[in-house]
Design a protein around this ligand. Structure first.
Ligand SMILES: Nc1ncnc2c1ncn2[C@@H]1O[C@H](COP(=O)(O)OP(=O)(O)OP(=O)(O)O)[C@@H](O)[C@H]1O
Ligand SMILES: [Mg+2]
Length: 257
């Protein structure tokens, strides 16, 4: 399996939207993605209509009580599997903060998922917490959604520093792809951000941009992905294209070790 962390410590840049809709697109291609909601806000779970579960059925019980990940996987209609998020995830920093080797727990837990061949996508919270470190340590690759507004672009430096710090203990460069979200061709800010990112990241920036599309913001309220909610929308088109691009570039393939 390939493990992908969907990461950006900046909030509201489209991590959850991207995880949800790339996963839905993969599911339609029979790739049976496994999603892990590592955000105490549990927005990904909510968007998939999974809510109100007790902590012991959620990702929090893996971190807080050592419950095996395999026991937490829920099969959802449409071919997505989910390990749900829970507000208890916010306790992980206090409970596990000083524990030695804690950042490697998820990597270990995933290694114990025998026979897992399908892509794993981890939706991170907007913080460099113990949970996010776990996601980054477990990840073979990182997908970084980014909006074109000033603050998100400013946050790029901090994001790079965070990834560089990780590369020391990991002993390798973290393979990454940056995807520009909420793109609006009419806006100078969007066009400028695109030019800057192309120059700075070259091939690490995906060719596909995700349009600013109200349907993408509306669909979670209906517990639907964009393909179920508005199959002909620009958002559906873009996320289908992004998934195809990432597939064609081997992004979801298990890395050769
Ligand atoms: N391409 C888009 N077009 C329009 N709205 C979008 C788009 N992408 C995301 N949104 C909306 O923007 C808001 C933030 O998106 P999302 O929740 O995916 O970001 P996030 O990075 O996961 O946020 P957080 O850091 O809080 O977890 C949501 O209301 C979402 O519906
Ligand atoms: Mg989110």
């Amino acid at each position: 399996m390939a493990v992908i962390a969907v990461f950006n410590q900046k909030g509201g840049v489209g991590k959850t939207t991207t995880t949800l809709n790339v996963a839905a697109s993969l599911a339609m291609l029979d790739r049976r993605p496994l999603l892990i909601d590592l955000d105490p806000q549990a927005h990904l779970s909510l968007s998939l209509n999974v809510k109100g579960l007790p902590g012991e059925a959620c990702a929090s019980s893996f971190f807080l009580h050592g419950r095996p990940l395999g026991r937490l996987i829920r099969q959802l209609p449409g071919g997505i599997r989910l390990i749900p998020g829970h507000p208890d995830l916010s306790k992980a920093d206090t409970v596990l903060g000083g524990v030695k080797g804690v950042a490697g727990r998820l990597r270990q837990g995933l290694a114990e998922l025998a026979g897992e061949e399908c892509p794993v996508l981890i939706d991170c919270a907007p913080a460099l917490s113990v949970l996010t470190l776990n996601a980054l340590f477990a990840a073979d690759r990182v997908l970084i959604p980014l909006t074109s507004d000033f603050l998100a672009m400013q946050g790029l430096n901090r994001l790079e520093i965070a990834l560089r710090v990780l590369e020391g203990p990991l002993g390798r460069r973290v393979e990454r792809r940056i995807v520009l979200t909420r793109y609006d061709e009419e806006k100078t800010q969007s066009r400028d951000a695109l030019a800057t990112l192309k120059q700075r990241y070259g091939g690490e920036l995906t060719d596909t941009k995700i349009s600013d599309d109200p349907a993408l913001a509306e669909s979670p309220a209906h517990g639907m992905d964009i393909f179920a909610y508005a199959a002909d929308s620009a958002g559906a088109h873009d996320y289908r294209l992004l998934t195809m691009e990432l597939l064609s570039k081997g992004f979801f393939q298990r890395p050769v070790s």
